[in-house]
Design a protein around this ligand. Structure first.
Ligand code: UT7
Length: 333
């Protein structure tokens, strides 16, 4: 589905995040692989990222981000109707990480499921939440984006391991007539023909784990960086344009851009295309690297909490990721 025009009455009423305490700097990475702080900073904008300790899982981080979002919304975990979790790093292959989050939060009446759209998880999740509310399935949906990327990167591959970090972000989406937090539009798209430019070749049903997989590290994340870069810029621009159009707005009416945080150069190119000056673009890739779907969820929470975005203004959320998938929302703050 390529999206729908603003379904009314779905609002973001709270957000939260969880970032592990341990910081891994570019200098730390210089000790692991042949790289330099200078290369990482100039090519990506990343200075440091967070790494979750052994034993802390995607569900643990997601539940904590969810708890904080519920607190921000003033909603009790017992009143959540649906928990949807975006993760590329599930705790187990079966059951879903969402069910683990449901158990950790204690939400007895919530439905729970995972969805898999990689870095585009937050705008896809907001759109799905909006759909549940519009269809009357739910009054309160908790969208959780949680990623332990450190568990799937190849720590011997300098072309990928310097890029990623761990963390979680969450949002509470509720039915409500008030304008603040209103999701004005959604845009979602995909192109599965490009899947193998960013993927984990083995570990699923197609190539189950065996000793060859472990030796060749094909269960870890592989990325054709420059090809992904070009698609990311093109697709984020398309999603931005699509969401603005579906909200019935003109680009100049957008006050803030909150993009997926994969690479500062991708963010700058998207901002140029969307016509949003960099001082109106929220950036935290320098502090966290790419946390896949958690990046945009954390960025949105930080932008709200820090006062970077002002109440009543219009924010464009846009992301691109493995699949390929790309998506955007216009949100009234
Ligand atoms: O989350 C959504 C999906 N992900 C993305 O959107 C990421 C998209 N891609 C990118 O952000 C960029 O392509 C990268 C940051 C991954 C790479 O930047 P680039 O400017 O496209 O570099 P490149 O891959 O073309 O590599 C340039 C050079 C190569 O050396 P030669 O062949 O020119 O001698 C690489 O081997 O940089 C080398 N290189 C490194 N050098 C030091 C690659 N990785 C590193 C490294 N440290 N970590």
């Amino acid at each position: 589905m390529s999206g729908t025009t603003g379904v009314p009455l779905a609002r973001i009423t709270g957000t939260g995040r969880y970032l592990p305490e341990q910081i891994m700097s570019n200098a730390d990475l210089e000790k692991l692989v042949e790289t330099s702080d200078e290369w990482i900073r100039t090519r990506t904008g990343i200075r440091e990222r967070r790494i979750a300790p052994v034993g802390v899982t995607a569900a643990d981080m997601g539940a904590e981000a969810g708890r904080r979002a519920l607190r921000d919304a003033g909603v009790d975990a017992a009143d959540v109707d649906m928990i949807i979790v975006s993760t590329a790093t599930p705790d187990r292959l079966l059951p879903s990480t969402a069910c683990d989050v449901q158990a950790l939060l204690g939400s007895p009446r919530a439905g729970a499921y995972d969805f898999s759209t990689a870095c585009s998880g937050f705008p896809y999740g907001l759109s799905i939440a909006q759909g549940h509310i519009a269809a009357g399935h739910a009054e309160t949906v908790l969208v959780v984006c949680t990623e332990k990327m450190s568990s799937i990167v190849d720590w011997t591959d300098r072309t990928t391991c310097v890029l990623f970090g761990d963390g979680a972000g969450a949002a509470v989406v509720q039915r409500g007539a008030e304008s603040s937090g209103r999701i004005l539009s959604s845009f979602m798209k995909s192109d599965g023909t490009l899947a193998e430019l960013l993927y984990r070749p083995a570990g699923g049903v197609r190539i189950p784990i065996d000793s060859t997989v472990l030796e060749t590290r094909t269960h870890t994340l592989k990325m054709a960086g420059p090809e992904v870069f070009k698609s990311a810029v093109r697709s984020m621009c398309e999603a931005a344009e699509g969401a603005i159009h579906r909200a019935g707005l003109k680009p100049e009416q957008i006050d803030y851009l909150i993009p997926h945080q994969a690479n500062l150069r991708i963010i700058e190119a998207t901002a140029r295309y969307a016509g949003v000056p960099m001082e109106k673009v929220f950036v935290n890739v320098d502090r966290y690297g790419n946390m896949s779907s958690a990046s945009l969820a954390v960025a949105f929470d930080e932008a709200r909490e820090s006062g970077f975005v002002t109440p009543g203004s219009l924010a464009l959320l846009v992301a691109f990721g493995a699949g390929f998938t790309w998506a955007a929302n216009v949100v009234q703050l």
